[in-house]
Design a protein around this ligand. Sequence first.
Ligand code: SF4
Length: 698
Amino acid sequence: MTKTVFSLCFMCTVRCPIKVEVENGQVKWIEGNPHVPGMQGSLCPRGVAAIALVNDPERIQGPMVRTGPRGSGEWKRVSWDEALNLVASKLQEIAKSYGWRSIVWGERANLNTHVVKTFMRLIGSPNYFSHDALCKGSVNTACRSLFGYTDPEIGIDYKNTKHIVLYGRNFFEALEVRPVNFLLQAMEEGAKLTYIDPRVTVTATKAHNYFMIRPGTDLAFNYALMHVIIKEKLYDVKFVERWVKGFQELEAFIQPYTPEWAEKETGIPAARIVALARELSQQKPSVIFHFGYRGASHPNEIYFRRSILMLNALMGSIEAKGGLFFKKGPKEAGGKPARKLTEQDGLPKVTEVRFDKVGTEVFPLPDPNHGVPQMLPFAILNEDPYPIKAAIFNRFDPLLSIPDRSLTERAFEKLDFIVTIDIQWSDIAWHSDVVLPESVFLERTDCVQQANGLKPQMFLRRQAVLPRYDTLPAPIIVKRLADRLGFGRFFPYETMEDLVKWQLEGTGFTLEDFDRKGFVAYTDKEIWWDRENGLKLKTPSSKIEFVSSLLENAGYPSFPPYEPVLPPPEGRYRLMVGRCAQHTHISTQNNPYLNELVPENVLWINRREAERLGINNGDFVEVSSSCGDVCLRAYVTDLIHPEAVFMLHGFGHTARFATRSFGKGAADVVLQENKSDNVGGSPALDDTLVRVRRAYRK
Ligand code: SF4
C-alpha cells in the first residue's frame, strides 16, 4: 500500500513543507512540497536524513526511569502509566515543599508550545522558557525597540531583493530551504550579496563583496556605514521623514564614527565601507540588511542588531519589495486564526516573579514568552529569587546549550527532579530521572502552524507512519500529566486530530482541507501595507523609534557610545561558534546519515598563528578557557581572522546510548563563559577568549 502525506519537516525549526511517500507503513521518500513556492521539491541534508530517524534502534523506545546515580546509564523501562504517575507525584511532592513556582519547563519553542504554556499556567508556575532566547533574545528585543514587533513577526522578501548584506549569517550552510532558493533566484537575476564574517564560510565564497572583519567589531562597521549614508544623504529622505523618530539624534551621534575610524577598529579599508554605502543606496529600497537568525554573540548585541534594523529604515526598505515586511495574519485577509489552548476562559493568571527575573528591574526588556535561559544555573545555585527544584526539558538540552557546562552541571545537582521529553538520548536525557519518549515528527500530527506572511496561510504536520516504538506526541503526554494533576478538562482532546479540529473551529477550514496540498490559504494575493500612510507600527509613537521608548523608559540609552574591542592578548583567541549544513544544534549528531557526513567538529585556526604555536593541520589541540578545556583536531587555514578560532556547535555528547555521537568532537559550552547582553537578553556566545596548544594525545 502506498500513500502520499503532506507534512512539515522537523529536523530543524524552520518547518519546511514536505511531501512524504509511504509504502507498506515505511517512509520511502521525502521531498519538498512541490505546491509551496520556493520549495521546488528540494530539502536540505537534514530533511532527507529524517528517513533514518524513524527506524533508528538508538531512539528512546519507551518511558525510562533512572535506577542508578544520575548519568550512570542505569535505567528501567516502565509503562506510560508508571512513568506519568511517578512524574505527577514527584511534582506534587516538590510543590508541597517549595511551591509550584519551583518547577521550570524549558523547551525549543514549537507548534505545541501553547499546550505547555497552558499546563504551566494551570500549575501556577511563571517559569516557562524557550531555547529561542539563547539564540536570539536580543534580536527580539531590538525589533521590539524599533517597530514594536518581535523578529518572527518580521519577514524578508529575498526573491525581489537587489542587494542583501549578511553579518555572519551563514546563509548557505545554516540552511532554510525556501530563503536559500529565493535568494539564489534573486542572485541569478542580478542581486548582490555582501558578506561580513571573520571566517570564510561557503556563504563568503558566493558573495560579491566579502569583508574579513575583526571579530566583534560589526557594530563599528555599521556606524561607519550610517555615517556615510547620512553625510552623503544617501538615505531615503521621504521614508525617514515620514516614519522615523530620532533621526536627528542618530545624525548627531554618528558624527565621530567615520570610515577612517572604523578602518582602525574593524580592519576594513575606509574606501570599501564608503563604496559599499554608495552601492547600497543605488539599490534602495530593495535592500536587505539581514537582522540575523542567531543573534547572541556579544554583550552589546542589542545595539548591533538595532544598527542593522536602522540601516534598513535608512534605506527605506521597510515594507518594501525586496526588503523587510511585517507579516500579515488572517485578520488582514478577513479570516480567523486557529485557536490556542492558552485562549481558554478560566485559566489562572500567574503573577509570580520568574526565575530569570524577566519583567523586573534586573531584566526589564527581554521577552517573557521566551525568558533568559542562561540565568537558570544562577537561579538554582543561589536560590534567587527562590528555590528551583524540578525541571522538565522538552526537545531542549541545557547541558549542551547553556554556556559554561560545569556551572550548569553543578546547578543541576541541586535539582530534586529532572524530566526529559525527547525523541533520542540527549545529554540532559542521560542525566534525568525520568525520560518520556516523544514520537518523531513523521509519526505524529502536531498543532496547526499559523504561517503569517505576505499571504497568511496555515500548515499542518501530519502523521505519515505509525510510531515504531512506545512513544507519544508531547501534547498527549502533557494532557495525561494534566489529568493526573486534576486539570485535564483544559486539554479537550484524546488524539492530536481532536486537538487540531478544536483549533480549527471557527476558522472555516477543516482537517481534510489540508489533504490536497498540505496547507490552506486565507488569500492568494500578497498583502502590503501602504508605505505613505499605512504602516501599523506598534511603538508608542507609531513610528520606527531610533530613539526608543522601550529602551529609555527602562533606563537604557538609545545610542550608547561605542566601546572599542581590544585585540586578545598574545596567545589567546576569540572563540567563535557556528553551524554547518548537515547538523541542527545538538539534535542530529547521532543520525546515521548525518553522522557519517560530519562525525565531529574541528578547531579552525589561522595558519600564521598555528605555525607560531607549532600546530600542524590535523594535530590534536587543547583549547582552554576560564571555564574548562576540550581536545579536538586543528584545521589550519588562511580562511579565518588571526584573532579568532572557530568550532561547530553541537558536538561532544556524553550520552552513551547514542553511540555514534558519543565522545565525538567537543562541546563549545565547556569553554564558553556564561555572560549576557543584559539589555537584550541573549548570551554572549562569542565573547570568550581561549588558549590553544598542541596536545600530544587525546
Ligand atoms: S531547513 Fe532542512 S532540516 Fe530544516 S525544516 Fe527545512 S528541510 Fe528540514
